[in-house]
Design a protein around this ligand. Structure first.
Ligand code: FAD
Ligand code: SIN
Length: 537
């Protein structure tokens, strides 16, 4: 019998969604003088995840000349008709309060000479409303949150612990499907990477805060931990998943093939005056959208894709040379230094840029309190689909979404916890008949193959034939990798491959089912082409 770990609250993931939720729950009970246990598990080092890499900042209405209505309208326009307007309103109106909390927890945001917050502008925003800390806002938020959480008496953080599967009635021998009304989550099976043992973590409430899926593509701004584990686990546990076809490609990742993740050149550089140019020095965005370089991301990424295909180029250029030199160095130090390290002085030279997979708008369907379709299972942050982003996320709305929904999950969770007990008789993870894998090469190659299929066939521009081909290739990958998974003692890379293949399937299937071009989904065989570019290929 393996050891069983019990906690009132189990949180999977230590980015902005997981940490802010943990801290709120912990403080609630500390102030009430009631002892509870909160366990955060995270698959790598505590700070690793998309949050740490966020550059541009966090959007909120912070000045009297801006308005909630404007932020709501911009979010709805970017979302291309698929946002849930009531959710958009909730997020935008609750934003200032959540930002004040972040500040109270020790997060720094840049201020101008008048002592007011220095609000930046990004694509799709009608006003300057992005709070930022130079160009490493996410790192600053993550630092402040870890500081709050690390010595909290009610919180235990277990790094290098990888969640494999959620525990549900299925593990008690009861058949469930996506329509079963009262599916319940009892915790998770977790691979302790330090001991290589799979442990049972029982919890009254489980929160999925596992972040993004970028690594399902070859070129992504997401770190290597972003393999969609939470969404894949929730899907296997029969939770509802939605809007998986809406993968946001950031228009401007640095073109430098040796980087994984691809290094981001923040949209804030275009917000400060940066201009996209093709090989002929032509500022091509004027041909595609009247908002030019600050059009919403789906349009800018597709325009770049079209320009690259038209000229047969591997990248376009971002020209930041007309931005004040001092501003470039003080506001964008990470970008300035990274480019300099590969011989590009951005005050003088153009930056080669290419779109890269960046953000998933869909995910685990949740209600306005972050509850999934499985009882006692919540999801917040990038792994969730709240209805905020619709078919395309507005820049800098995702850190905000995580804060708002983790707050709402906390309010519901602390109320409900008294009604929930630990599930009895949960069996240990069964790995009978498995052996230590000695074919890592198969895992690596299959992962690379999967990334190529998604990048080439289910990328920025899709076609019926490419999608059909992707699906048939993915079926083969499923069969081969399932055999590997069933026969092997589990490793993180085998589990990640299992999750990535699930994510790849969900994106491809959703893309096939979506017959209208909308937001980030663009299939050149669909009737409504919508896009002004000449190269719909
Ligand atoms: P993450 O921060 O990704 O955290 C996920 C956590 O889950 C990690 O700790 C990970 O290790 C853990 N985890 C995953 N799977 C498992 C598992 N199986 N077992 C255990 N632990 C697991 N958004 C903005 O609003 N503004 C920006 O300026 C901005 N810039 C960005 C720049 C870059 C380069 C990137 C990549 C993203 C950016 N985004 C930005 C998006 C934003 O950063 C993310 O959407 C957000 O940080 C997600 O937070 P999260 O807490 O949901 O997930
Ligand atoms: C950026 O800085 O361009 C990223 C902003 C975001 O993804 O919201």
């Amino acid at each position: 019998m393996n050891s069983i770990l019990k906690s009132d609250f189990l949180i999977i993931g230590s980015g902005i969604a997981g940490l802010s939720y943990a801290f709120k729950v912990a403080e609630h009970f500390r102030l009430k003088n009631e002892k509870i246990s909160i366990t955060i598990i995270t698959k790598a080092n505590e700070e690793e995840g998309n949050t740490k890499y966020a550059q541009g900042g966090i959007a909120a209405v912070m000045k009297s000349t801006d308005s909630f209505e404007n932020h709501i309208k911009d979010t709805l326009v970017a979302g291309d008709g698929l946002c849930d307007e009531s959710v958009v309103r909730i997020v935008v109106e609750e934003a200032p309060e959540r930002i004040q909390e972040l500040i109270a927890w020790g997060t720094n945001f840049d201020k101008n000479q008048q002592g007011e917050y220095d609000l930046a502008k990004e694509g799709g925003h009608s006003d300057s409303r992005i709070l930022h800390y130079k160009d490493f806002t996410g790192n600053e938020i993550e630092r402040a949150l870890i500081h709050q959480v690390e010595d909290h008496p009610f919180i235990t953080v277990l790094d290098h612990h990888f969640a494999i599967d959620l525990i549900t009635q299925h593990h008690l021998g009861i058949t469930i499907n996506r329509k079963t009304p009262d599916k319940k989550c009892f915790g998770a099976y977790v691979l302790n990477r330090k001991t290589n043992k799979i442990q049972t973590f029982l919890a009254k409430t489980t929160m999925l805060a596992t972040g993004g899926i970028g690594q399902v593509y070859k070129n992504t701004t997401n770190p290597t931990v972003a393999t969609g584990d939470g969404i894949a686990m929730a899907y296997r546990a029969k939770a509802l998943i939605e809007n998986m076809e809406f993968v946001q490609f950031h228009p401007t990742a640095l073109y430098n093939l040796s980087d994984n993740p691809a290094f981001l050149i923040s949209e804030a550089v275009r917000g400060a005056g940066g201009i996209l140019r093709n090989r002929d020095n032509y500022a091509f965005m004027q041909d595609y959208d009247e908002r030019k370089d600050l059009a919403p991301r789906d349009i800018v990424a597709r325009s770049i894709d079209a320009e690259m295909k038209k000229h047969g180029d591997l990248h376009v250029f971002l020209d930041a040379t007309q931005i004040d030199q001092e501003k470039l160095q003080t506001h964008f130090p990470t970008i300035y230094n990274k480019c300099l390290s590969i011989g590009i002085d951005i005050t003088k030279n153009y930056i080669p840029v290419v779109p890269a997979a960046h953000y998933l708008c869909g995910g685990i369907k949740v209600d306005e309190n972050a509850r999934t379709s499985i009882v006692n299972l919540y999801a917040s942050g990038e792994c969730s689909a709240t209805g905020l982003h619709g078919a395309n996320r507005l820049a800098s709305n995702s850190l905000l979404e995580a804060l708002v929904f983790s707050h709402r999950a906390y309010l519901k969770g602390v109320e409900d916890i008294y009604k929930i007990g630990y599930q009895q008789n949960v069996p240990d993870w069964n790995d009978e008949g498995t052996t230590i894998p000695n074919e890592q090469i198969l895992v690596n190659h299959t992962k690379a193959e999967l990334q190529s299929i998604l990048s080439d066939y289910v990328g920025i521009v899709r076609t019926d034939l490419r999608l059909k081909r992707a699906l048939s290739r993915l079926k083969l990958i499923y069969e081969e990798s399932e055999e590997l998974y069933k026969k092997s003692k589990l490793t993180v890379s085998i589990c990640e491959l299992r999750n990535l293949r699930g994510i790849a399937y969900l994106i491809t299937r959703a893309a096939i089912e979506r017959k209208q071009n909308i937001g980030l989904h663009f299939n050149s065989n669909n009737k409504n082409l919508k896009f002004k570019g000449t190269a719909n290929t």
